[in-house]
Write a new protein. Structure first.
Length: 219
């Protein structure tokens, strides 16, 4: 039986887990659109920078990215300026997970945009729309239905990957249960990590409902 203190600790750990995942998916989606448009751009600089961004963040472990932001950046800053500062672990988690999610969502969004028939863009331009207007008013809105399933998958992955923040002294759900188990010598506390399964199930159900409502599988 959990004590009141343990219950609040698990609740707080769960909140930390959810916060990181939600912040990452929101900012990942916003910046993912920008990076995706960069990949689709005919401008070589924008295309190259977007490609490099995706290549780096998809090609390196999320844990390494988290360590760079939390550990390496303060060291680099100290070497360059002689001034010591510490990165807030929660801010480090927000930044690392958002940057990582941006890379994956950019490719998802790019694929969704490219799946739209090219005639849509030609028709928009024939009506006198600029490229930006065509994208924001015609092309991108048509991708919403196709983005629901991969967006839900990415959110589930982010939620599970939040367990990595335990390496930078953040008491998320996993670290909280692990600490309780270590302190008491009882394995029973690991059962509460099943909250991950509960949360991912909710996400799956919600996104399945959105799929059906938006008609994700177009015939």
């Amino acid at each position: 039986m959990l004590t009141e203190i343990q219950l609040w600790a698990i609740l707080n750990g769960t909140i930390v887990t959810i916060e990181i995942a939600l912040v990452a998916i929101v900012f990942g989606a916003i910046f993912g659109v920008i990076v995706a448009l960069g990949r689709l751009s005919k401008n070589k600089v924008a295309n190259g920078l977007s490609w490099f961004y995706i290549w780096f963040f998809r090609g390196t472990p999320l844990l390494l990215q988290l360590f760079i932001i939390y550990y390496a950046i303060p060291i680099i800053y100290l070497d360059a300026t002689g001034i010591t500062f510490e990165v807030n672990p929660m801010i480090a988690a927000f930044v690392a997970f958002s940057l990582n999610a941006t890379a994956y969502l950019a490719e998802i969004i790019r694929a969704a945009i490219e799946s739209i028939d090219g005639g849509q863009m030609e028709a928009a331009k024939a009506l006198g729309m600029s490229y930006r207007q065509a994208m924001t008013k015609i092309i991108i809105p048509q991708t919403y239905k196709r983005l629901v399933a991969p967006l839900g998958n990415e959110l589930i992955m982010l939620l599970k990957d939040t367990s990595l923040v335990s390496t930078i002294a953040l008491f998320d759900l996993l670290r909280t249960t692990k600490t309780m188990a270590s302190a008491t010598g009882s394995w029973i506390y690991y059962i509460y990590a099943a909250i991950y399964l509960f949360l991912t199930t909710i996400i799956q159900v919600v996104f399945d409902m959105m799929e059906k409502k938006l008609g994700i599988y177009e015939r």
